[in-house]
Design a protein around this ligand. Structure first.
Ligand code: IVH
Length: 703
């Protein structure tokens, strides 16, 4: 069929054809660019690309995320250098209701010990739906620009940013070092015009302005970025050699004076009611702003207060995003598939008739678990007033922020007579092992363990994921294919891949379909590079149930080294041991996580040790080594008079101390306020140093 034949296609045919074209074009593109071994002639390639573009122009709602319509729009991320941010780029926690906002403000007051009548100003501004960018200026000149990446390291997009008219190249009167942060976005008008041009030229059609902005910024050819109108709002900063101002509003005014675009809807508010009124005002203007926003961000105005509140692992305590209600759409539930996750959980996934929700085509949604489908919550109470969900139903889909789409409701009036209640399978669909729901667990789990292919593969995918080993060139797709062929059965096999399939071996990676000399060597190098791995990442990579990125970070900071952590996990096996007591005294580690850690280490001791032996696991950095309390375990007891307990704890932790809840032989220092009781006595008995609040503040240089 020639490119212009697409008028004959119906939507279902178009969808299948786009899937087929994505497969061929992506493979051909890799073969051409990464292996220097084209599998299609230029003419064949162009014909397929044009056909793909023509179908996409007719069925824009079917454009696939992996569409290869224009490789202009599909720049490989490997093309960019990496930049380590001088200060982490943060994300925001979310509020969804007025009550969440009131709680946020009340929490700040509590933390700072401010009474209800003390003034407390906050700022409110739109949350721009684009991608965040950090601009580093030194001595008034733009030195580099980086995307957020994982928050610690982003991609170097300096050359492209230099083509953006709204971003100043030079500054007058700025601090010698200044990192300006903000959002890159594309206006609705520019987005529509870009898609028209793209479709005329047979190029990639973007699903929404945010994707268009991201695709345009992450271009290897800066001339393409120049031709795409990207805009910018500054709303935050990273490293600065001197403070910009005393307040958030002052700092934003300063950034504006320096020539950065700042959002005109930015307001300073004195009360929760003020914040909520600003929210409603911004929401009312949402449709006429001309660019996408997905909520309102509130920040504490006083920067000294911001400093006192500090950060959780990746979000500040002094800011929150108040999200707009999710966008909704009704569609047909065509089927329910079961996915088996890394911990064996059987997750029902809704297969939907594709529908656009908030600018994105949705064809899958999570159904959580069998109770959710049945219309019950985890305690047996009704959800959706007890309405269950059946295949063949019309269901209401919503997306809240970036998360996986969910199903909110079902239309019983449109239910076909043939629709039957959904039955969760009693066996794992992947390995056939019994799937069992333990009392107290909300999900049914496959009991196959590592004999279950799905669990094994999901664990491998988790292991190489971005927050874990993050090996360039070894993503979910590659892992799956290596696993299928028995090249990698468990994580440790990744680190012997070169010995088994490298140069000089009978079977070699470079001869595998889709690989070549160069890409194989690149992968071996990337694996080699990741043998050195920070402890926190390693713990997270193990994929232990209940141990997420934040907990892994806390465990790493607490134990410091792999040897100490490993020993503690084995020693904690006895619930009466000091090791167990220490483990559950760690902030954020409860009995459930502790048990999960202990069980995993007991069950997989050999596998974990073999893996660790192939690696160089880097000790966790003591967070602030120059502070006199770094690495010390401290306990607060009694009443603190000059700050709240929460602030004392956050401050101590930011100086590298560990804050424990109870006194033990490991305690280095007890800070006792008036009314201290048994803890102070125990500390004295154990010969632990006891000081009062003033002495503590003097010690940390805050007296
Ligand atoms: S402040 C201090 N302000 O939202 C924390 N972020 O969900 C830094 N965003 O990664 C963020 N508009 O990309 C802030 N007015 C605004 C924003 C905003 C959009 C984005 C930003 C951030 C994400 C967090």
């Amino acid at each position: 069929m020639a490119a212009d034949d697409v008028t004959q296609l119906d939507a279902a045919m178009a969808e299948r054809e786009l899937a087929r074209l994505a497969g061929i074009l992506n493979r051909a593109n890799d073969a051409y660019h990464r292996e220097d071994a084209p599998i299609l002639s230029d003419a064949e390639f162009d014909a397929l690309r044009q056909r793909n573009a023509a179908i996409e122009a007719r069925f824009p709602q079917l454009v696939r995320p992996d569409s290869a319509s224009a490789f202009l729009g599909a720049t490989p991320a490997e093309g960019f250098g990496k930049i380590r941010h001088a200060r982490r780029m943060l994300s925001l926690s979310n509020a969804f209701t007025d009550e969440d906002v009131a709680d946020f403000v009340a929490g700040i007051r509590r933390f700072l010990n401010l009474g209800p009548d003390s003034p407390l100003a906050l700022t409110a501004e739109p949350k721009i739906d684009g991608l965040s960018l950090s601009l580093r200026y030194e001595n008034g000149r733009l030195l580099h620009a980086a995307t957020r990446g994982d928050g610690e390291t982003g991609e170097d997009v300096t050359t492209n940013v230099r083509t953006m008219a709204e971003i100043p190249q030079t500054l007058t009167g700025a601090p010698a070092i200044l990192e300006v942060r903000g959002e890159v976005y594309m206006s609705h008008a520019d987005f529509a015009a870009l898609n028209t041009r793209q479709s005329e030229a047979g190029g990639k059609i973007f699903a929404n302005p945010r994707n268009a902005a991201a695709g345009s910024l992450r271009q290897l050819d800066p001339e393409i970025t120049r031709a795409r109108p990207l805009r910018f709002f500054a709303y935050a900063w990273g490293e600065t050699s001197e403070p910009l101002a005393d307040t958030q509003s002052g700092a934003i005014a300063r950034l504006q004076d320096l020539g950065f675009p700042t959002n005109p809807l930015f307001r300073r508010c004195d009360t929760v009611d003020d914040l909520l009124a600003t929210y409603s005002g911004i929401e009312a203007q949402r449709a006429s702003l001309g660019y996408d926003i997905d909520g309102v961000v509130y920040k504490l105005d006083d920067l000294a207060y911001q400093d006192r509140l500090g950060l959780r692992s990746t979000t500040p305590r002094w800011a929150i995003a108040h999200k707009f209600p999710a966008e909704l759409a009704w569609t047909l539930l065509e089927g329910i598939d079961i996915q088996v996750g890394r911990t064996g959980a059987l997750s029902p996934v809704a297969r939907l008739k594709p529908v656009t929700v908030g600018g994105v085509v949705v064809s899958n949604a999570t159904l959580h678990n069998e109770d959710y489908i049945a219309g019950r919550d985890s305690r047996g109470g009704p959800i959706r007033e007890g309405r269950d969900i059946r295949v063949g139903d019309w269901v209401q889909v919503y997306r809240a922020g970036d998360v996986i789409p969910k199903i909110r409701d079902v239309d019983l009036a449109r239910r076909p007579d043939t629709a039957a209640p959904y039955q969760m399978p009693a066996h794992c669909p992947e390995c056939g092992s019994p799937a069992i729901r333990e009392p107290g667990d909300s999900v049914r789990r496959c009991t196959g363990g590592m004999i279950c292919p799905a669990q094994a593969v999901e664990r491998l995918k988790h292991f190489v994921s971005r927050a874990a080993f993050d090996i360039e060139g070894l993503g979910a797709k590659q892992v799956e294919s290596f696993w299928r062929d028995g090249w990698i059965a468990s994580p440790k096999d990744i680190f012997t891949l070169k010995d088994r399939f490298g140069p000089g071996q009978p079977r070699q990676l470079k001869n595998r379909e889709g690989w070549g000399e160069k890409s194989a060597q690149n992968l071996f190098d990337a694996i080699e590079e990741k043998r050195r791995i920070p402890l926190a990442r390693f713990i997270f990579a193990l994929g232990i149930r209940h141990v997420g990125e934040t907990s892994a970070g806390m465990l790493a900071t607490h134990f410091g080294s792999w040897d100490a952590f490993r020993a503690a996990m084995h020693e904690s096996n006895d619930p009466d041991s000091a090791a167990y007591a220490e483990l559950i005294s760690i902030d954020g580690v409860g009995p459930v996580m502790a048990q999960s850690l202990i069980t995993s280490f007991a069950a997989e001791a050999t596998e974990i040790d073999r893996l660790a032996a192939l690696l160089s696991i880097q000790p966790a950095e003591a967070r602030a080594t120059d502070s006199p309390v770094a690495g010390k375990t401290v306990v607060f007891t009694g009443t603190l008079e000059r700050m709240t307990r929460a602030e004392a704890k956050a401050r101590a932790e930011s100086l590298g101390a560990k804050v424990a809840g109870s006194v033990s032989a490991k305690t280095d220092l007890l800070i006792a306020g008036p009314g201290a009781g048994s803890k102070a006595k125990k500390a004295t008995d154990l010969g632990i140093e006891v000081i009062d609040e003033d002495q503590w503040l003097a010690l940390i240089g805050a007296g």
